[in-house]
Design a protein around this ligand. Structure first.
Ligand SMILES: [Zn+2]
Length: 100
């Protein structure tokens, strides 16, 4: 049984909005639209100010989510064709056509 050890939460940092509060990392449910469907992502890391309530999503988590939702967004996934020359087939193994 694999049990993930929860890493310690990152240090809170001063809020850029109100200046007096601090942004704490919280795990919230993130809502996003994918085409016509509303997706909910539970336990999504976000920074939330304890004074003004400003919410900022973790950039790494956002990019991870974007990658999940748009698999083709990053680089085009073009499968390389294996060139026929890469696998030389000896002529002798080929069954000779019976032509008379
Ligand atoms: Zn604030």
């Amino acid at each position: 049984m694999i049990e993930e050890t929860t890493p310690p939460l990152p240090e809170p940092f001063p809020c850029t909005e109100c200046g007096s509060g601090h942004m704490h990392m919280r795990f919230i449910t993130y809502f996003t639209w994918l085409n016509e469907e509303l997706l909910t992502v539970p336990n999504f890391p976000a920074w939330i100010c304890d004074v003004c309530g400003r919410r900022e999503y973790d950039q790494k988590a956002i990019s991870w989510l974007t990658m999940l939702l748009n698999p083709n967004a990053g680089r085009p996934t073009v499968r390389k064709r294996v060139s026929p020359r890469a696998r030389p087939r000896p002529e002798s193994s080929r069954p000779s056509p019976d032509q008379t």
